[in-house]
Design a protein around this ligand. Structure first.
Ligand code: 1GP
Length: 250
């Protein structure tokens, strides 16, 4: 039932208790340098951005050469964010967008390309949490932002995602968010749904990542951190893996 990439990630989750995903924007000028710097620390590279796609095929091939066996999972900002040179795709619905284009039309238009490119689809709910409205993805994705002080709304979306058959939910505060998703939201989302919870947006310190994993996050995503300070990824990975082990031993 699971494809190879998802199986690999689930196996790492069993042994390590937590995953570290590093987001690379293929439109960043220095994305190959970034790939070189993070290749020893990421469990998967997630590739995508909200605005613009330049030469995705070439960039993906070049990144693949650098990172070797680490899976590349596409994180498409739109239907043009697909390439046959990646391993998998987060096949996602932006569930709390106000626009049906982002909830269902874009994934429907993209589905045939996913099939044609033989990409492994990883079914995922994408959920925009405050302060996502002030970030690019909130603007483009016309989000009906989930308030930080209403964790039950996020939890209910995750439960709904589980009942739809999605195996992953991404709690997103938006790239560069001033505040990451709260521990309460993460905890309730995990407790209610039991599906794999990815948390990203505004995670800048190893301490924050540690807390998020202990609260219930299965995977942490960082993007901006690498662009600002590539050397920070080692500490980030250590904190995530330590939290994972602490969680497994609880
Ligand atoms: C964006 O959650 C990711 O989709 C990463 O956010 O750039 O703030 O790390 P940052």
């Amino acid at each position: 039932m699971f494809g190879k990439v998802e199986e690999k990630l689930n196996n790492i989750l069993k042994t390590d208790g937590a995953l570290y995903f590093i987001l690379i924007d293929p439109d960043e000028k220095n994305c190959l340098e970034i790939a070189e710097k993070v290749k020893d620390y990421a469990d998967a590279i997630i590739l995508g951005g909200s605005i613009g796609i330049t030469n995705l095929d070439e960039t993906t091939k070049e990144i693949k050469e650098i990172i070797g066996d680490i899976p590349i999972i596409l994180f498409p900002g739109n239907v043009d964010g697909l390439t046959p040179y990646a391993d998998a795709v987060f096949f996602m619905s932006f569930m709390n967008s106000n626009n049906t284009y982002w909830t269902t039309t874009a994934p429907t238009l993209g589905a045939i390309t996913v099939k044609k490119y033989n990409l492994e689809p990883i079914p995922m709910a994408y959920l925009g949490i405050e302060p996502i409205k002030r970030t690019a993805v909130g603007f483009v994705g016309e989000v009906n932002e989930i308030p930080q002080r209403k964790p039950e709304i996020a939890g209910m979306y995750c439960l709904s995602a589980k009942y739809f058959g999605m195996r992953w939910a991404y709690l997103e505060a938006g790239s560069g968010a001033e505040l990451p998703v709260s521990n309460k939201i993460i905890g309730l989302s995990k407790k209610l749904s039991g599906i794999n919870i990815i948390v990203g947006g505004g995670i800048r310190t190893p301490e924050t990542a540690y807390e998020k994993v202990l609260s219930g996050a299965d995977a942490i995503v960082t993007g901006t951190l690498i662009e600002d300070n590539p050397d920070a990824v080692k500490e980030m990975r250590n904190a995530i893996k330590k939290a994972g082990m602490d969680k497994l031993n609880k």
